[in-house]
Write a protein that binds this ligand. Structure first.
Ligand SMILES: CCCCCCCC/C=C\CCCCCCCC(=O)N[C@@H](CCCCN)C(=O)O
Ligand code: ZN
Ligand code: ZN
Length: 481
């Protein structure tokens, strides 16, 4: 098989849309950092589907109104509160004939506990060595604040968009988005809105994460994995611990769970959009890897075994298995009557929920273990990333404008986002925010020491600033043949 390398669209002539140069003055840098820190300091935590910090969500609403006065007063912007704490902004374009697009982000964060080993309190937004530490700094207040800050600066500088766009800020993404994203989608559907493209949180700029790839790469998520959760349970007669049976309910369940962890789901490298990721990156690898990369499918088993060696790259190549809850036992000297475990699977693009359930059954293969389907959905459709795909090319151009040293390539988002609720509004949904992701950073998502560099936050504001202007082109440039 030979590779086709995509011709860079920047070789074509881009339409001029009276661009406001992406620049931040020292005063603006100071202000945007202050705004971002306050946003991180408000603990907008989603604890569970029935427990959110409502006071914090209300405080966040007031913050947005206070720090983005132009956004909230401009005659071009319509603001609506949806589901009590989510926000929908409609920014009116001058040309009603152009199809609108939409930017998404979420306000809520997962819980954080300083005692887990944070270097700074998780809602302090403390600055250490040029980084702001805090829950939400990369998931996903950098996008919430970055988008609105960019719009504020554009409005300050007299910007009037040509193409209408929407901004949707969900307040419950971390607990499924039923009150936020789902209600925003229903509202837009009732208005007959169709979107040219949607951009949400997701993949990032990977730097030094893949062995042999010496340059940074911006991975635009063109799909996201599906997921399913199953409950495994075992019931055995209770009794005195001085006369235990050969196997306890805990032991039987532990063996089943261990079988699932040991027998991972198949490595499906090359069967989903991750194939395109490596095709686009092949020529960027160091010389020792280049032979492997340029004969990718000849060497795919070698490459896929390298990828499955790390948790983040492993998530790229297979359906992952995560045992997340395990409960049993009531007293030291009582044999437990019942043991249960929850296992969360993130489904590779080339598999379905049903196929994963079948594999679970055959791996557990013990009639004493009850396997119950809790919930799940198939992997999301794959958005287009062709040379003539407007959304993908506009995102790519905006990345290249702000990060000229970065290669842009399609990827697959390993986690889920609010954008999965938008499939009826647009076929082209992308998951990406330009935060830098370096070795070790995977542990910061939902983990300890979540942080972003001050410089990176400024780059994010400029990226959205550029994206809003680039989206105003009527058509993509024609490629030279
Ligand atoms: C070739 C390199 C491959 C590297 C691939 C891995 C890179 C991972 C980089 C970033 C991952 C960031 C994911 C950000 C989105 C997080 C969204 C999130 O947390 N979603 C939740 C939704 C929960 C909804 C309630 N069930 C989730 O998926 O759990
Ligand atoms: Zn998120
Ligand atoms: Zn998250």
């Amino acid at each position: 098989r030979t590779f086709t390398f995509k011709v860079n669209r920047e070789l074509g002539q881009w339409e001029n849309t009276s661009t406001i140069y992406p620049y931040l003055s020292p005063e603006q840098k100071e202000k945007l950092l202050d705004n971002f820190k306050v946003a991180v300091q408000i603990p907008t935590v989603s604890f569970s589907e029935s427990d959110q910090n409502i006071t914090a969500l209300q405080e966040f609403d007031l913050l947005l109104r206070r720090v983005f006065p132009k956004v909230f007063s401009s005659s071009l912007v319509r603001h609506e509160v949806v589901g009590n704490y989510s926000h929908l902004f409609t920014v009116a374009g001058a040309d009603a004939g152009l199809e609108p697009y939409m930017l998404l982000a979420h306000i809520d964060v997962v819980p954080a506990n300083e005692a887990d080993g944070w270097d700074a309190p998780p809602f302090s937004a403390q600055e250490i060595d040029g980084f702001i530490y805090g829950r939400g700094t990369i998931d996903n207040k950098q996008s919430v604040m970055g988008i609105l800050q960019a719009l504020e600066y554009l409005l300050e500088r007299g910007y009037t968009p040509r193409r209408t766009f929407y901004i949707g800020l969900g307040h419950d993404e971390e607990i499924n988005g039923e009150e936020g994203a789902v209600k925003i989608v229903n509202l837009l559907k009732s208005r007959g809105v169709k979107l040219l493209y949607v951009l949400d949180e997701g993949l990032t700029i990977m730097d030094g994460v893949v062995d042999g790839l010496n340059e940074p790469a911006a991975l635009i998520g063109v799909s996201e994995k599906g997921q399913t959760t199953v409950k495994l349970s075992v019931s055995t007669p209770p009794g005195h611990s001085s006369m235990p049976p050969r196997e306890s309910s805990i032991g039987i369940l532990a063996s089943a769970v261990a079988r699932l962890e040991k027998n991972r789901m198949p490595n499906l490298f090359g069967h989903g959009p991750e194939r395109a990721t490596f095709e686009h990156l092949a020529h960027k690898f160091g010389w020792s890897y280049r032979m492997i990369m340029s004969n990718l499918w000849l060497f795919s088993s070698l490459l896929s075994s390298v990828l499955e060696g790390q948790p983040d790259t492993n998530a790229f190549v297979r359906t992952t298995t995560a045992v997340t809850m395990f409960n049993s036992g009531v007293k030291i000297n009582v044999m437990p009557a019942y043991a249960e475990a929850f296992v969360n699977f993130r489904i590779h693009s080339s598999q379905t929920v049903q196929e994963v359930l079948n594999l679970i059954e055959s791996t557990v293969s013990d009639k004493r273990v009850k396997v119950e389907f809790i919930n799940g959905f198939d992997p999301l459709p794959i958005s287009s990333y062709e040379d003539d795909t407007f959304g993908y090319q506009i995102i790519k151009k905006s990345v290249q404008d702000i990060f000229p040293q970065v290669t842009v390539t399609p990827g697959i988002c390993v986690a889920n986002t609010d954008s999965r609720h938008y499939t009826q509004l647009s076929p082209d949904i992308y998951r990406f925010a330009p935060s830098w992701y370096k070795p070790g950073d995977s542990a910061r998502f939902h983990g300890v020491n979540e942080r972003i560099s001050i410089q990176n936050y400024e780059e994010i504001v400029l990226f959205y600033f550029q994206l809003m202007q680039n989206s105003d082109v009527r058509n993509l440039p024609t490629l030279r043949s």
